[in-house]
Design a protein around this ligand. Structure first.
Ligand code: CAA
Length: 285
């Protein structure tokens, strides 16, 4: 028993929606918040659509599907988070937006509740210090697609208390059934610190005309047994998100190989964001 029964998710893009789905499948009471009212219906469709697909593929029984749907509620009002035991933030990867959201959550969420961020690379201490409860602020970094990937990174800032780490680790492992690794609060944590330089190298390889996108990806898929090539993986993560993670890592370590390549930045500008926009390094129907 983790003591966490009521979970709030703020931001329901592909990561937030996946986290909401995993929490609802675990029979937790889940409230999903999109502060822009126009995005609430899209959030509902994203989560219900994914649960529906799992049902059609025979991965969920009707009973589990219906129970998960019944455990989900949606709002555009952050004040709805007041009674949550844990709120997980999964908004866009932007320092200012996340810090402002944490300050706002601190005002409305019960003072003994935990606030967590699904950030891929932003310092948890910055989010903790935007609140009056830095000891109860922690990183919980899920991987895409959330229902499929078994890992969650727990990220502790200098202020995160051992009790918070214990509670969140128990929650992620016991309630959600995910594997946990822990990381200190360095940009990129464990996985992105290894993964992102590799992804950026693949983009530079394409940019310099070294090889085609198809061949770069085939090389890593067929030569190294990766489930996806690096460019297809950037398309899955989102080119904007990949650029934002690279910016955070470059800002922290100032190493040239962490700077987002010009091609990536130009494609983001052109709104070629990967799967979510229908076009990135590859095209999607
Ligand atoms: N939601 C739920 N389930 C999904 C899914 C989704 N979005 N996408 C795929 N799946 C399921 C499928 O239903 C299927 O399940 P079954 O085998 O039980 O039928 C399984 O995953 C495999 O899917 P597919 O057969 O459709 O396709 P695939 O074999 O090509 O696998 C993949 C798809 C799971 C995405 C696989 O290609 C893969 O593991 N890719 C690498 C993903 C990865 O590296 N993710 C980490 C990204 S980094 C990150 O997230 C952190 C960050 O901060 C950037």
């Amino acid at each position: 028993m983790t003591g966490i029964h009521k979970v709030g998710i703020v931001g329901a893009g592909q990561m937030g929606a996946g986290i909401a789905e995993v929490c609802a499948r675990a029979s937790l009471d889940v409230l999903v918040c999109e502060t822009d009212p126009e995005r609430v219906d899209a959030a509902r469709s994203r989560v219900s659509g994914s649960l529906g697909r799992a049902l059609r593929k025979g991965k969920l029984t009707h009973e589990i599907h219906d129970r998960a749907i019944a455990h989900l509620d949606y709002t555009d009002d952050l004040a709805g988070m007041a009674d949550r035991d844990l709120v997980i933030e999964a908004v866009v990867e932007d320092h200012h937006e996340k810090a402002e959201l944490f300050a706002a959550l601190d005002k409305v969420v019960r003072s003994d509740a935990l606030l967590a961020s699904n950030t891929s690379s932003i310092a948890i201490i910055n989010l903790g210090m935007a609140t009056g409860r830095a000891d109860r602020v922690v990183g919980v970094h899920f991987f895409n697609p959330v229902p499929v990937m078994p890992l969650v990174e727990i990220v502790t800032s200098l202020k995160t208390s051992p009790e918070t780490v214990e509670t969140i680790t128990d929650f992620v492992a016991s309630a959600l059934g995910k594997q946990v690794i822990t990381s200190t609060d360095r940009a990129g944590f464990v996985v992105n610190a290894l993964l992102v330089p590799y992804l950026l190298s693949a983009i530079r390889m394409l940019e310099s005309g070294f090889a085609s996108a198809r061949d770069i990806d085939a090389g890593m898929r067929l030569g190294c047994a990766h489930p996806m090539g690096p460019l297809e993986l950037v398309d899955l993560i989102g080119l904007d998100t990949t650029a934002a993670i690279a910016e955070s890592m470059y800002e922290e370590f100032k190493e040239p190989h962490l700077a987002p390549p010009a091609l990536l930045l130009r494609m983001v500008k052109a709104q070629q964001l990967g799967r979510k926009s229908g076009r990135g390094f590859f095209e999607y129907a």
